[in-house]
Ligand binder design. Structure first.
Ligand code: FES
Length: 109
């Protein structure tokens, strides 16, 4: 299932969990629930996503994020934490929510 979200910068941040304007904030603001056990404060790894496109338009990982990603399953070079991943809007960003998190989305939380 692919979902496209068009972000209106004037509406950012959505004041949900995660860094303001982060992928988690944006997703939650559009009714897409990415698991975020720590409440979006970079203290777990449940919001692990894969950044498939748009790498040039997002913030770089910081040590805190990398430390948490060390605990995430199936981590790869495209891995990011949705609560810390902030696109700047200069191009489209494609994020894949891993399978273990997709169940949550399908249940419609
Ligand atoms: S929600 Fe816990 S690290 Fe992102």
């Amino acid at each position: 299932m692919n979902t496209t979200i068009e972000v209106d910068p004037a509406k950012l941040p959505y004041d949900h969990n995660g860094h303001p304007g982060s992928v988690l904030d944006i997703a939650l603001g559009h009714g897409i629930d990415i698991d975020h056990a720590c409440g979006g404060v970079c203290a777990c790894s449940t919001c692990h996503v894969f950044l498939r496109e748009g790498v040039s338009s997002v913030n770089e990982t910081i040590e805190e994020e990398e430390d948490q990603l060390d605990n995430a399953p199936n981590v790869g070079p495209l891995s990011r934490l949705a609560c810390k991943l902030v696109p700047d809007g200069s191009c489209d960003v494609v994020v894949e929510i891993p399978e273990w998190n997709r169940n949550l989305v399908q249940e419609g939380h």
